[in-house]
Design a protein around this ligand. Structure first.
Ligand code: PLP
Length: 400
């Protein structure tokens, strides 16, 4: 174990840029810097590279390249999908989403509500599974769009997007899925999943921050979000972020090639970490659906202590993880996802998300399993809630 090296288990917040991705981007800063919209061949060659990247992104989703629109990030893709549909269909005034979406969707839902739209946020059960009956019952003739994430960023719980898409299709309602966390980790095939709009973010698939994708199924009508030039077939104005688009193309190509590894080696490491923690450390619980989950994510509640204190102590031991999502972990508010799942109060504040990537090693997981029990014990020792009864029960814990 290299003591200088950070053990990075926060890949749902952001990932490193793959060396191959960085290498693919470099020529597009100094060498191929032409504007892809220019008439001259210096720009034209850049245009062809963009179209090659578009084909690679499309392949990850089994989409047609013309259905891929490059954006600046996952947040923009989510905003574009939702606001674009309601602008294109002003007579539709009802939006359905879930209580556990990322703020990139929930804040748009709140915005629509303030504008007088009706918004339904579907609840989830204690495993984070969606209440499909409530979903079916909430659809009305006024519903313009359904947006349900493919996988939850905090717990990794997967949502039944095929089933939801089918229901939407039967009713003639557009369906958007925020697949920012799912893309590259589980297979996504838009020829099989009846989804109309799908969001991806570059920095969750080992491309840089500041690039995203909105998949728009051919024939789907929605207004552009950013107005200006005719780039991206007039669906997203602004001169293309060429190096980042090239990087995202490479990242998607690598993700597609590595999806088996993600679902075997990464999954095994995640399972080793999770079972190790639950066995070695008393009073822990897994938050989320233990089976139907992203292969890289686990969210563990440690009773009677604060997630932030755990993170600070892990940070000292050079281990990076997070509590809540990266967008809310700056606040001490409990996670809206765990609250929606009714995670017991004594666990909700002490929950930590570990999210792995293909760059993690077994040696790193062994190190975490070696140091984490000591950190938790130390924090519990100073907790006023860690009573004699708890201490007695802990002694009889089934230690591995
Ligand atoms: N949606 C989900 C599920 C996410 O996890 C994130 C980022 O964490 C986003 C959207 C926002 O993506 P971006 O950071 O590219 O704006």
């Amino acid at each position: 174990m290299n003591p200088e090296k950070y053990i990075y288990l926060d890949n749902n917040a952001t990932c490193c840029v793959s060396p191959e991705v960085e290498e693919a981007m470099v020529p597009f800063f100094q060498q191929f810097y032409g504007n892809p919209s220019s008439m001259h061949s210096f720009g034209g060659q850049v245009f062809r590279h963009i179209e090659e990247a578009r084909r690679k992104v499309a392949a990850l989703l089994n989409a047609d390249p013309e259905e891929i629109v490059f954006t600046s990030c996952g947040t923009e893709s989510d905003n574009h999908a939702i606001r674009g549909v309601f602008q294109a269909f002003p007579e539709k005034r009802h939006f359905i989403t879930t209580k556990v979406e990322h703020p990139a969707v929930l804040m748009v839902a709140d915005f629509l509500e303030k504008k007088g739209y009706q918004v339904t946020k579907i609840k989830v059960d204690k495993f984070g599974n969606l209440d499909l009956d409530e979903f079916r019952d909430s659809i009305t003739s006024n519903t313009g769009l359904v947006s349900v994430m493919a996988a939850n960023n905090e717990t990794g719980t997967l949502f039944p997007i095929e089933e939801i898409g089918l229901i939407c299709r039967e009713k003639g309602i557009y369906f958007h899925t925020d697949a920012v966390q799912a893309a590259g980790k589980i297979p996504l095939d838009v020829k099989k999943i009846p989804v109309d709009l799908l969001s991806i973010s570059g920095h969750k698939v080992h491309a840089p921050k500041g690039i995203g994708v909105l998949y728009i199924r051919r024939g789907v009508k929605l207004d552009p979000f950013i107005l200006g030039g005719h780039q991206e077939r007039s669906r997203r104005a602004g001169t293309e972020n060429v190096p980042y688009i090239i990087g995202l193309g490479k990242a998607c190509e690598l993700a597609l090639a590595g999806i088996l590894e993600e679902n075997s080696r990464v999954r095994e490491l995640r399972d080793k970490l999770e079972t190790g923690i639950v066995k070695k450390i008393p009073f822990t619980r897994i938050n989320g659906n233990p089976k139907w989950r992203l292969p890289n994510t686990c969210n563990i509640g440690f009773e009677l202590i604060e997630g932030e204190s755990i993170l600070l102590h892990m940070d000292k031991a050079k281990i990076a993880a997070s509590s809540g999502s990266a967008c809310t972990s700056g606040s001490l508010e409990p996670s809206h996802v765990l609250l929606a799942m009714d995670v017991p109060f004594s666990y909700v504040h002490g929950s930590v998300r570990f999210s792995l990537s293909r760059y993690n090693t077994e040696e790193e997981i062994n190190y975490v399993l070696q140091v984490l029990p000591g950190i938790i014990e130390k924090l519990r020792e100073i907790s006023p809630f860690y009573t004699k009864e708890y201490k007695e029960k802990a002694q009889n814990w089934n230690l591995a």
